[in-house]
Ligand binder design. Structure first.
Ligand code: AMP
Length: 355
């Protein structure tokens, strides 16, 4: 067990790191962050923050020197960065990052464990895209295999003609058949170093332009009927990776069952509701897991919960939300610039307490 006063290192400087740091502070730890130059809002909650490129060996050594354990809040931390750290500091095997950084490898990993993804093909060129469309059909989505997030690096493809007009990105891509789903949902679990696994309830997730807009509980009958199969896959993934901490798998609930979309080896936007809505939040349980502390309960505390992201300029007058009825819980991330399409904060509203 990590003693009080120990230091947790977090790779990545965004809002997930900020909320992890708040949870770590509450448990009596210090936090040191590391990320390249940028709007590193996690730094506000860290006692020290190293701003350096991912390949800066001297800065990484300085960071490692300050830490008793290291975790990440960003799945695209280069593997070489993680490999450069003393391996005993890593709370979770880096294989989880390796698998999740590439859409092709995460799908293959899930299939091996019995998961069902959308029909897909790897595509490296316009010719291969045309062939994939012949095999899989339209509509579909072309995605870069690596580095995409929040709908970036993705293009809807309604027809072969439309695909022909696309400026093909010069990187490995994946073409996926478009899934006609009823609802999107996520399975969020925490796994301790001893292999204990706990799940939070699954929310229905509503997206806007490829980015999460809202998470809602209860998620509805179709999701509820599919959660146990989805959890089974998530548990297998976590066990196979020897995972420690919070892991998220995203699914489409279809008439034919849950279709696996992607995994995130970290706390997740669709789990922000757990701060007020669950016995223990995803952030606190992640810190507990990597610190070797007993995991907290994950039970939902209210009959109904809604988490809504605050995006772009909507953040400028977000404090007005506090005047609304129903005791909304507002979280702002302290980002300097309210750019369009940027997650600036979120608000969680809860219904009646569960007995
Ligand atoms: P992703 O980055 O893969 O999570 O994609 C972002 C969002 O785009 C998803 O949450 C869905 O709303 C939508 N999307 C991605 N892939 C598919 C698909 N194969 N079929 C239908 N919708 C998709």
């Amino acid at each position: 067990m990590l003693a009080p006063g120990s230091t947790i290192g977090i790779l990545g400087g965004g809002q997930l790191g900020r909320m992890l740091a708040v949870a770590a502070l509450q448990l009596g730890y210090k936090v040191v962050g590391y990320a390249p130059e940028g709007d590193n809002v996690a730094a506000d909650a860290c006692s020290d923050f190293v701003t350096a490129d991912w390949d800066d060996a001297a800065a990484l050594a300085r960071f490692a020197e300050a830490c008793d354990v290291v975790t990440w809040e960003f799945e695209n931390v280069p593997l070489a960065t993680v490999a450069a750290l003393p391996q005993h500091l890593l709370a979770c095997p880096p294989r989880a990052l390796e698998v999740a950084q590439d859409r092709l490898s995460e799908k293959a990993f899930a299939i091996d464990l019995g998961g069902v993804p959308a029909p897909y093909a790897a595509v490296e060129s316009p010719e291969e895209l045309a062939a994939a469309i012949l095999g899989i059909g339209t509509p579909g989505i072309l995605k870069t295999a690596r580095d995409g997030y929040d709908g970036k690096g993705q293009w809807r493809v309604r027809s072969g003609v439309e695909a022909g007009a696309l400026a093909f990105p010069g990187v490995t891509c994946i073409y996926e058949g478009f899934i006609l789903y009823e609802t999107e949902f996520s399975v969020i679990l925490v796994r301790g170093a001893d292999g204990q696994v706990k799940f939070w309830d699954s929310t229905a997730n509503l997206h806007d332009g490829g980015m999460l807009a809202q998470s809602i509980l209860p998620a509805g009958a179709l999701v509820e009927a599919q959660v146990s199969a989805a959890r089974e896959l998530a548990r297998k993934v976590a066990n196979a990776l020897g995972y420690v901490g919070v892991l998220t798998l995203e699914f489409f609930a279809t008439r034919e069952g849950p279709v696996f979309n992607e995994m995130a080896p970290r706390v997740h936007n669709s789990g922000h509701w757990t701060i007020e809505g669950a016995a223990t939040s995803q952030f606190e349980n992640h810190i507990r897991a990597i610190a070797g502390l007993p995991l907290g309960g994950t039970k939902t505390r209210f009959e109904a919960i809604e988490m809504r992201n605050i995006v772009g300029a909507d953040a400028l007058d977000a404090h007005l939300i506090l005047a609304e009825p129903g005791e909304p819980h507002l979280h702002l991330y302290g980002k300097r610039e309210a750019r369009e399409g940027r997650k600036m904060g979120h608000v969680t509203r809860v219904g009646h307490a569960l007995k």
